[in-house]
Design a protein around this ligand. Sequence first.
Ligand SMILES: Nc1ncnc2c1ncn2[C@@H]1O[C@H](COP(=O)(O)OP(=O)(O)O)[C@@H](O)[C@H]1O
Ligand SMILES: NC(=O)OP(=O)(O)O
Length: 328
Amino acid sequence: MSKTVVVALGGNAILQSKQEGTYENQLYNVKTSSKFLAKLIKEGYKLVITHGNGPQVGNILRQNEEAQDVVPPMPMDVLNGESQGFIGYMMVQSLLNELKQLGHKAPVVNLLTRVEVSKDDEDFKDPSKPIGPFYSEEEAKKLAEERNWNMKEDSNRGWRRVVPSPKPIKILEAQAIKDLAEAGNVVVACGGGGIPVVSKEDGTYEGIEAVIDKDRSGCKLAEEVNADVFMILTDVDNVFINFGKPDQKSLEKLTITELEAYVNAGHFAKGSMGPKVESALNFAKQAKATSIICSLEKVDQALLGKSGTIISDQHVEDKNGGSPGLSA
Ligand SMILES: Nc1ncnc2c1ncn2[C@@H]1O[C@H](COP(=O)(O)OP(=O)(O)O)[C@@H](O)[C@H]1O
Ligand SMILES: NC(=O)OP(=O)(O)O
């Protein structure tokens, strides 16, 4: 039976901080990502893909704010939906084109996905999700004062606007995603962590202004589709301890217990590596399977156990036979 892999692709991989956020630049990056992912599909992996939207949803929010005198601005839940549409469109088209180049046929679909969160989530009081571009400290302080934005430093890369990022509780379109994947579709879902919605007393739902972390939703997605591997693809080859310090050290293969000890020692930043490590740990624990955090370029090497940070519980005989290396 072919292996199911859930892949979470970073929003920063689609819109890189050193580039201008033009359509052409983003499409080029999506095409590059698609080359790596299409190769996995051709090798026989069943892929369910989610993607980030931090840089993009920040830009859409800014567009709405700048144009508010001429076009009524939309709330952030709607903007998340917009980003799922535009990034999903680029991904579906690029993946299908890439598969065609490889002479391989597979249907690829993008599903607009809502994710339930709690209106009482702590992050509404102390927002942690960086969105939009990076600014210098000086610019950030000016923007905070002039526009009343909440600004925070992001992993020594500069300052960014932050918005609430409540934890995902439930993927409302989970059944449709499972059905589509089981029917042989490559599914793109939960983009940007999903459109945040809260349930009301009468059992209906309404949107709420926030941006969910896509690694946390990706973990839920991996559990829902019974994935064999949950892969978080970002722009670093490995997770590091003492990140950014002279004694930083990359983590390669480790157990849940070993990684938990590093979490408790405070090695991973909120808003960047923190949610990735938390999500990778949660999946490895819940599913007794393998989680991998690695760079997009090394995705195939990581599946062979030769790159990335690979988390599994060696003390439990998991469904991969305890081995992180997974052939299709
Ligand atoms: N402990 C760490 N190990 C590795 N990278 C880290 C660590 N802490 C923070 N980072 C930063 O996290 C970044 C990845 O997070 P982020 O940009 O949010 O990812 P993405 O957009 O790919 O989901 C890396 O580029 C790196 O700068
Ligand atoms: N929504 C989200 O987690 O986006 P990034 O991956 O771009 O941070």
